[in-house]
Every structure is written in C-alpha cells, then in structure tokens.
Design a protein around this ligand. Structure first.
Ligand SMILES: C[S@@+](CC[C@H](N)C(=O)[O-])C[C@H]1O[C@@H](n2cnc3c(N)ncnc32)[C@H](O)[C@@H]1O
Length: 414
C-alpha cells in the first residue's frame, strides 16, 4: 500500500530532488523545491534515506511555475522559474565540490545562465510505441505522447511535426533528431521495431522528407536511407561534419561561451595540447591555431571520422585524432603535453586516465564536467599530485533540467 508522508523541503540534491527529513532519515523528494511543505509518496526505502515523489504541494515555493509541457524525463525542472534553476545549480556545484574536496580552497564563480531557457536544444531522442511519440515519463519506460516540444530548436519542432503527420506507429521504436543551429536544418536517425521491414521504413522516410522541407536526410541506425546521413554546423568559427551518432553540445550559444572560457584558461600555455574525450574536436579544432600540435583522443569511431573530415574542411593540419578508449590510449602517447582538456561523459574519468595524466605532468588541465557529483572524485588525485584549482566556472547548458556543466581549471605550481 502507498505510504504518504508530510515534510518540509530544506535543500536541493545533486540530480535535482528536493531534500527533507523524516526523523533520522533523509528524504529525497522528486518534484519538490526548497522552502516547500509537501505531501510525498514513498517509492524507495533504504537504511539511511527514503526516495519519494510529490503527491500534493501544501505550501508552494515562490519559485514554482506552471509546467509548459507534460512532465517527462527530458525537462524535469520545468516547474522551477529559470532564475531559481540557475541559483539551485550553483548551490549543487558548491555543495558537491566542498563535500568531496574538504579543506581545499576552491574559487567557485556564479553560474553563467543561458540566454534562452527554452528553444535551445539541437538534438532530441524520442521514443515511439503503438500510440505515442515522445519522451519517457519520469522514471519509467512509458512513452508520453508529445505534440510539440518547446525545448527544441525550430528546425526540430518542424521535423517532429512532419513525422507526426505520417503513419509511424509500429515501424519505429526510436527517433534521434539533430539540427544545425547555424544553418537551420535537421536530419534524423530511426531505429526500427522488431516487426518492421526495411522497405516500410524507407517509404516512411521518403514521405517524411517529401513533406518536411527542413529535413535533409534520414538514416536507419547508421545506414543512410534517404538524403544526407550527417549535418554540418559551426562552433568557434569552424565548420563541423556531424554524424547523427556523434556527440555535439546541445546548446549552441552556451557551447560557444564554454569554448571561450576554455580558450582563455589555456591561453598562457602554448606548446602541445592533449584533448581527451574529444568528440568531433569541438575544442581541438577551434583551439589548434594556438598550439604546435594537438592530439585528440576519442573512443567513438564515427566522431573520430567526423573530426578528421572537419579538420580537412577547415584546413587544420596540426590536429591528430587517436581512436580508442582514453584509459588505454593516454598512457602510451609520447609527451610532453603542456596543456590538457578532459571532457569525459557523465560517468567521469577512468582512474587510469588520471594516473597517465599525472605522469605526463602538463602545466594546465581544464576539466569539463557534466556531473557535479563526480568533480570531486576526479579532481582528488590531481589535487593530491600538486595541481591547484584556480577557477571553477559553472555554465548552464541544460535549462529545464538539473544538469549543469562545470569548467575547472587546474595548474601545477612547479
Ligand atoms: C561529454 S562528450 C565531450 C566531447 C567533446 N569534448 C565536445 O565538447 O563535443 C564525451 C566524449 O567522450 C567520448 N567517450 C566516451 N567514453 C570514452 C572513452 N573511454 N575514451 C575516449 N572517449 C570516450 C564520447 O564518445 C564523447 O564523444
């Protein structure tokens, strides 16, 4: 039977839940805001904490706003006014860094807010079942039908509307949409249902292209079906070739600002640059002119191919892409490296990467994190090896979600 509790929410947790207390137990409440009193339904019990979801708001926070779209797992913070989202993200970064690096003096700057809290995303991964096309409901695999998504760039909203006019049900299980922020068009990658035939999906893709001018191509997984199998976009005055499965930052204006933060932090350190977890070279290529040479290490082969093609397109000849897992590659690279960028996926850095970096002994390391809960874990070995955090700059690339990007600049004193 459902168990409900009533409690005051006192803080915010990494991951976005409100935090309250029930006697000795900490309670993480999804959908609750600091300053609120809520009734919550318990969904998980552990020895020292509970997880719960809001069932009724008894005393709302002044930061609570009406959601724009059906709540789902892609915009879990849309019930929070944007300035409060920015403030809470700052609190999360400060709390996480102080918790994992106690006693280490770390200058943490205020979060750089996004210029557009809606209408910024250049990519979307939607799920389809027999009746619905949309995102999963929070914490479940149930697809919530979504007629429109104001979080997306206009080209993606148009592409989505075009697909919704066609009989997609039963043919596709997933669609990834990717837009070019600068050139204003889109392409899509479809995954089939187990019963769908290739020809039926090819007919769907052809009809979608014919009726949706903004759509430049559709692939079936990574096989081109119709039109282009990749898009072009720009960052840092470079043109990028982007396969639909390669990583590229979702928020274009904020990615430009982040690139400038990294460029400025690295500016005093010329010589050789290592870009670890480089993706398509979003840092390596725009920054290459400031270095003798750049080595970019990336595990996803299509991203490496995109990076090499983009280097060729932009006439950048001093960037070498190395395909492979950073934890296996970096220890075997011949140094020295004077500066390093580390931009790992959400799970953070493999310990072998940090060990190998310490041996390379660069003067400056810029760590770009998309998971504040792991910054302290990944920085601890670097701090123990003599690096000092000289700047921590959180920047909001993901409005309407609790995610936050943080750029940490570390320098070695001798
Ligand atoms: C957060 S993205 C950053 C990409 C790039 N720096 C950018 O800003 O566009 C992380 C990248 O690491 C890659 N990756 C994941 N695991 C890896 C590993 N073990 N070794 C190297 N690259 C990895 C992913 O494919 C992805 O391109």
């Amino acid at each position: 039977m459902e168990e409900r509790i009533e409690l005051d929410i006192e803080g915010i947790a990494q991951g976005g839940d409100g935090v309250g207390r029930l006697g000795e137990l900490v309670v993480f409440v999804t959908g609750a805001l600091p300053g609120e009193r809520v009734q919550a339904t318990i969904c998980e019990r552990h020895d020292r904490f509970l997880r719960a979801t809001v069932s009724e708001i008894i005393r709302p926070s002044p930061d609570r706003v009406a959601p724009l779209i059906t709540p789902g797992d892609h915009a879990p913070w849309q019930h929070i006014a944007y300035p409060a989202q920015v403030r809470l993200k700052g609190e999360i970064v400060v709390e996480q860094i102080r918790k994992f690096l106690p006693g280490v003096e770390v200058p943490i700057r205020p979060v750089i807010a996004a210029p557009q809290p809606w209408g910024y995303r250049n990519s979307a991964r939607l799920h389809a079942d027999h009746t619905a096309l949309g995102y999963h409901a929070t914490g479940t695999k149930t697809v919530v039908d979504l007629v429109d998504d104001p979080l997306l760039l206009p080209a993606l909203r148009e592409a989505l509307a075009g697909l919704r006019r066609l009989p997609f049900a039963g043919l596709i299980s997933e669609v990834t949409l990717r837009a070019s922020a600068v050139y204003g068009y889109a392409a899509a990658r479809l995954l089939p249902t187990v019963t769908a035939h290739r020809n039926e999906i090819a007919r769907l893709a052809a009809a979608w292209m014919a009726t949706t001018p903004v759509l430049a191509g559709v692939t079936l997984a990574d096989e081109p079906l119709v039109g282009a199998g990749a898009i072009f976009d720009e960052l840092g005055e470079m043109v990028f070739h982007l396969s639909l499965s390669s990583f590229f930052q979702v928020n274009h204006p904020q990615a430009e600002r982040m690139l400038e933060i990294v460029r400025t932090a690295l500016a005093p350190h010329g010589g050789r640059l290592l870009d670890a977890y480089s993706g398509v070279g979003s840092f390596a290529l725009p920054l290459a002119a400031g270095y003798e040479d750049v080595v970019a290490v990336e595990a996803h082969q299509p991203a490496v191919a995109d990076g090499e093609q983009s280097a060729f397109l932009n006439k950048v000849s001093n960037v070498r892409f190395v395909a492979g897992a950073a934890e296996r590659v970096i220890g075997h690279l011949s140094g020295p490296f004077h500066a390093v960028i580390l931009d790992p996926p959400r799970r953070g850095c493999h310990p072998a990467v940090l060990t190998a970096l310490i041996k390379h002994a660069p003067r400056c390391i810029v760590y770009v994190s998309c998971h504040p809960g792991l910054i302290g874990r990944d920085l601890a070995p670097l701090v123990a090896a003599g690096y000092h955090c000289i700047q921590v700059q959180p920047i909001d690339l993901f409005p309407q979600t609790p995610h936050i990007e943080t750029v940490v600049v570390l320098e070695r004193s001798s």
